[in-house]
Design a protein around this ligand. Structure first.
Ligand SMILES: *[C@@H]1O[C@H](CO)[C@@H](O)[C@H](O)[C@H]1NC(C)=O
Ligand SMILES: *[C@@H]1O[C@H](CO)[C@@H](O)[C@H](O)[C@H]1NC(C)=O
Ligand SMILES: *[C@@H]1O[C@H](CO)[C@@H](O)[C@H](O)[C@H]1NC(C)=O
Ligand SMILES: *[C@@H]1O[C@H](CO)[C@@H](O)[C@H](O)[C@H]1NC(C)=O
Length: 445
């Protein structure tokens, strides 16, 4: 073979190879386009997780951020419960209706997430750019349902006047009716829907019918594992009720004369009997504050002070596995001692709680002398290490508007992003036979 013909056959070989490759790539691309864009968005998102740490003032829709479609529900499902007939103009912060105070606030997750989505559409609001609202549901990774279910429970679950069914229940029934006929819901049987139900009693009537969705909850205590579980749902912190201690103002080890602090209700149904047992064990220890009473009015201030001047704060299972007490102790810089075997913790996909908390099995905690000996045995250095770590994570437990990088709102959206791959797996598994079902339908029609 001459040099020239060798070259030209080589050229031919390359041309064929390249065009074959091009053909394969283009057909892959074509297949990809035909697949739901939901799926391809998911794949896309998981690869470029890092981008989310960037902090820009207006979000670039083409950038790789979590894309959320939000239903335009009538105001009675959300801001109507705060007396506003329209979506707030989030550009003017003083015009946003505030969430009611007191213990209502601890479940205000719904409010902060909704505000953040509204803000994501407006340039000039400085917030982390990890999520953006999209108007076309086909582009969306998840679908957000703006129902203020906790507020609805707190405000509207009691019968008034001649009502025979509560407004809270009516709203839930209407929500189920609405969702079940939406194309967005039908697409994946609601699996890509995000519903906030932070108060343990919220969404009581609708939770079973909407159980395929992703819930944002405080814990799983009042749910069956089929309706809510750690695989599909997200645990969000309570909004703390005591004031956050500034990082440069937390008391030193020596200044904290109380070894362990607990203030709360003593009698609790469902698994809360351990509080009584611990009370009996600890009530005579001089350096332990163990008192009963609810956090109201003056009490909140007292509790904040008490926690901030204690080395450890006890978080003992009550009638639900979780309570705002854990978050109060974190923002008070009081090292949490968690005695609640069935607790699920917010953001455990990123946070290692053992770095700033102490976990104790209930069965051990009720042994005479076990708890005080364990806590007295923690050296100043070991305690300081936990305190330093605690100060680093406090921001994860703050809700605010506008949201800031690493705060609760930002962390919840990250947790949603982390769920996408298992969501995708489940959608694919459920879809295995979708095509054959369509054939059957076509044949019989
Ligand atoms: C912002 O809202 C407040 C309260 O509703 C109102 O008084 C004020 O005029 C608004 N500011 C602007 C610039 O629209
Ligand atoms: C309930 O009371 C309101 C007035 O408070 C009235 O407008 C309404 O018609 C009553 N509904 C029924 C079913 O009696
Ligand atoms: C802590 O820092 C703030 C400002 O960040 C300052 O106003 C305050 O005085 C400081 N407190 C102490 C005890 O240094
Ligand atoms: C509030 O706390 C103070 C002590 O800090 C106490 O003297 C006062 O009586 C309390 N007020 C109420 C209404 O409980």
């Amino acid at each position: 073979m001459s040099e020239k013909s060798f070259l030209s056959s080589k050229l031919l070989f390359y041309t064929i190879t390249i065009s074959t490759l091009l053909f394969i790539i283009s057909s892959l691309f074509f297949l990809q386009r035909n697949e739901s864009s939901f799926t391809s968005n998911l794949v896309h998102k998981l690869r470029t997780e890092e981008v989310k740490q960037t902090h820009v003032s207006s979000c670039n829709r083409n950038q790789d951020v979590l894309k959320v479609f939000m239903y335009d529900l009538p105001s009675e499902f959300h801001f109507g419960l705060l007396g506003s007939k329209i979506w707030p103009n989030v550009k003017n912060i003083s015009s946003i209706p505030s969430y009611p105070g007191g213990l209502n606030r601890q479940h205000s997750v719904e409010y902060w997430l909704t505000l953040d989505l509204l803000a994501s559409e407006i340039s000039g609001i400085k917030r982390p750019c990890n999520v953006v609202r999209v108007k076309n549901s086909v582009e969306a990774d998840v679908v957000f349902v703006p129902f203020f279910s906790s507020l609805s429970y707190n405000r509207k679950s009691k019968l008034r006047g001649n009502e025979t069914i509560s407004v809270d229940r009516l709203l839930q029934e209407r929500l189920v009716e609405f969702l079940k006929i939406q194309e967005e819901w039908k697409r994946f049987d609601g699996r890509d829907h995000l519903i906030v139900a932070h108060h343990p009693n919220s969404l009581l009537y609708a939770r079973n019918s909407l159980g395929s969705a992703m819930f944002v909850l405080s814990d799983f205590g009042r749910y069956t594992s089929a309706v809510a579980n750690v695989e599909k749902d997200i645990i969000a912190p309570y909004l703390h009720v005591v004031k956050t201690v500034a990082c440069n103002e937390s008391a030193s080890f020596d200044m904290r004369h109380v070894l362990a602090y607990f203030q709360g209700a003593i009698y609790r149904k469902d698994g809360g009997t351990i509080r009584q047992e611990l009370y009996n064990l600890l009530k005579d220890e001089k350096d332990v504050h163990f008192a009963f009473g609810t956090v109201k009015g003056n009490g909140t201030k007292q509790t904040g002070k008490g926690m901030a001047s204690s080395k450890f704060c006890l978080n003992i299972a009550g009638d639900t596995p979780s309570s705002n007490r854990l978050f109060d102790s974190i923002v008070s810089h009081c090292v949490p001692v968690i005695i609640s075997d069935h607790i699920e913790l917010p953001f455990e996909d990123t946070l290692d709680y053992s770095g700033f908390s102490v976990f104790v099995h209930s069965s051990e905690a009720v042994k005479k002398g076990f708890l005080v000996n364990l806590l007295r045995g923690v050296s100043e250095d070991q305690w300081k290490k936990k305190l330093e770590r605690l100060k680093e994570v406090v921001e994860c437990f703050e809700y605010q508007f506008p949201s800031r990088p690493g705060d609760s709102v930002d962390m919840i959206w990250s947790a949603v992003s982390h769920k996408l791959s298992s969501l995708q797996l489940n959608v694919h598994r459920k879809n295995r036979y979708r095509r054959s079902e369509t054939y059957d339908r076509n044949r019989s029609s």
